[in-house]
Design a protein around this ligand. Structure first.
Ligand code: DC
Length: 297
């Protein structure tokens, strides 16, 4: 059993010492079953009986504290949606790693469809042709790689999907209704095969996994997102025009949020996190903490 709390404490914050010497904070007092207690303990939280109630104590986050993984038999889908430039992919990947879950990049699937259209001479307006090529390519991921690489016709196409010509047409491609239906089906099959999953995109919490255990929506101001994109471009040796990048981001936001199928929205039951003023690690720790709080409940 975990250590007992300091009974002399009568404030909302209870100090305990354990082997890590990190303090605990009283989160809430709730009814909880014995089996749930075991799960909560597994997650490095502490539960103890107190006058017939149960107190959940959570470690106060510190910058260098470990982020516990979820129990290995825990099936869970966590969705992260939001516009481009909020750091979704990197955050989702880090969160998945910290929790011991798989990571799905659904943007890669739409990018793959765009790359296939270009490489097979199909116009982005030819919905039937785009779906035909995408279906024939049998898109799937190689889960032995970290992050998983996307394969078309059994071959990795990771580099191809990041090219400029693909970036140019992927947003209109992603408006094709029948393509979205195909991708939604594929993503649900992936979740059946990988039932411990952090998945990121635009419609993951709203359309694809409406019953996800935890949903996040990451946002940041267009200026911040444009600056991040410009820094990425300059780091890879490209020129960056901040004004042009900002207007491109605004255009894409408008297109992604106004399309008829799977528009970018913040699901009602999502936890919204504005990453504008947060460092990467702070975002990951914030999400991680939310997941443990929800799962512990
Ligand atoms: O996240 P990303 O930049 O790799 O996404 C590429 C494009 O695909 C972008 O225009 C948004 C779109 N997309 C989508 O419509 N639905 C998703 N679930 C994921 C991405």
């Amino acid at each position: 059993m975990p250590p007992a709390p300091d009974q002399s404490s009568n404030s909302g914050s209870i100090s305990l010492s354990d082997t890590s010497d990190r303090p605990f904070e009283l989160m809430e007092v709730i009814e909880i079953s014995r089996s749930e207690i075991e799960v909560v303990c597994d997650m490095e939280r502490v539960v103890c009986d107190r006058d017939g109630a149960v107190a959940i104590l959570d470690r106060v986050p510190t910058d260098d504290g470990p982020m516990p993984t979820l129990p290995r038999d825990q099936r869970i889908v966590i969705t992260i949606d939001g516009p481009a430039g909020t750091g979704k992919s990197s955050v989702a990947r880090s969160l998945a790693k910290a929790l011991g879950l798989d990571f799905l990049d659904t943007g890669a699937m739409y990018r793959a469809a765009a790359a296939l259209a270009i490489d097979h001479g199909v116009a982005s307006t030819d919905a039937e042709g785009v779906v035909r090529e995408t279906t024939a390519a049998d898109l799937h991921f190689d889960w032995t790689k970290d992050p998983p690489t996307i394969l078309a016709f059994g071959k990795p196409i990771d580099h191809r999907i990041r090219a400029a010509d693909v970036a140019e047409i992927v947003s209109p491609i992603a408006t094709i209704k029948s393509l979205r239906e195909h991708m939604v089906r594929k993503q649900r099959i992936i979740a059946q095969q990988h039932p411990r999953l952090v998945t990121e995109g635009r419609d993951q919490g709203s359309i694809v996994f409406p019953d996800a255990a935890v949903k996040f929506y990451l946002d940041a101001s267009p200026d911040v997102r444009a600056r991040r994109r410009a820094e990425q471009l300059m780091a890879s040796g490209h020129c960056a025009d901040l004004g042009a990048i900002t207007s491109e981001i605004l255009d894409r936001d408008k297109r992604d949020s106004s399309r008829a199928d799977g528009p970018l929205i913040c699901p009602k039951d999502a936890i919204c996190v504005d990453t504008s003023d947060l460092a990467f690690d702070q975002v990951v720790k914030t999400l991680h903490r939310h997941v443990l709080a929800v799962v512990g409940r």
